[in-house]
Ligand binder design. Structure first.
Ligand SMILES: [Fe+2]
Ligand SMILES: [Fe+2]
Length: 194
């Protein structure tokens, strides 16, 4: 998985779309992975979803709710899906990748998340590009940088110094909370970007 390019100048929608692609490819890699590699990919997924969904929830959805026609309904549906996904991710984490039910549950989770991101793209992101000026969208990318900074990145498995199967993210809900605190702090320091 390549890390998101968060250099200044890119707007929040570009970065979120790039993360959607990463989410899709992590799920497809997870279908084929086994053992330690599977555990690591699942952890990458937990981390990416914590960063991504928290930045959306805290910074992007509120703007969509305010700026888009029927924004209330669009955002309420996405928030409900995100809440369900967070709980399912926590259950999957508790279950562990070797549990006999893990693959079946992960497939169902994958279907739900793919449907969620596809709706987000069509009903929210593309419309936001037309409704919000580019400078604002660029400033909003700061929320993703704050989220990234709050979520530790596991050393690459194939790097010589990195231990295998070293879980660094911890339980998903604790990670989501930590990222949310960081994004809220960013938002308080950047009140124009709400
Ligand atoms: Fe989302
Ligand atoms: Fe998303």
């Amino acid at each position: 998985m390549t890390m998101m390019e968060t250099e200044p100048g890119r707007d929040v929608i570009d970065l979120l779309l790039e993360q959607h692609d990463e989410i899709r490819s992590l799920f497809s890699e997870l279908r084929r992975a086994q053992g330690a590699a599977k555990e690591e990919l699942f952890e990458d997924l937990v981390r990416l979803l914590a960063v991504h969904e928290t930045a959306e929830e805290t910074v992007v959805h509120p703007v969509a709710r305010r700026e888009l026609e029927s924004g209330e309904q669009v955002v309420d549906q996405r928030l409900e899906e995100e809440d369900g996904a967070k709980k399912e991710l926590a259950d999957l984490y508790d279950m562990g990748v070797d549990h006999p039910e893990f693959d079946r549950r992960l497939r169902a989770f994958e279907a739900d998340v793919i449907q969620h991101v596809t709706k987000e793209e069509a009903e929210e992101f593309l419309r936001l590009c037309g409704a919000v000026d580019l400078d604002t969208l660029r400033r909003m990318a700061g929320a993703l940088r704050a989220a990234e900074a709050a979520a530790p990145t596991r050393p690459r498995r194939h790097a010589p110094e990195s231990p295998v199967g070293n879980l660094v993210t911890g339980p998903p809900l604790a990670l989501f909370d930590r990222v949310r605190d960081a994004v809220r702090e960013w938002r308080e320091k950047n009140p124009d970007d709400r």
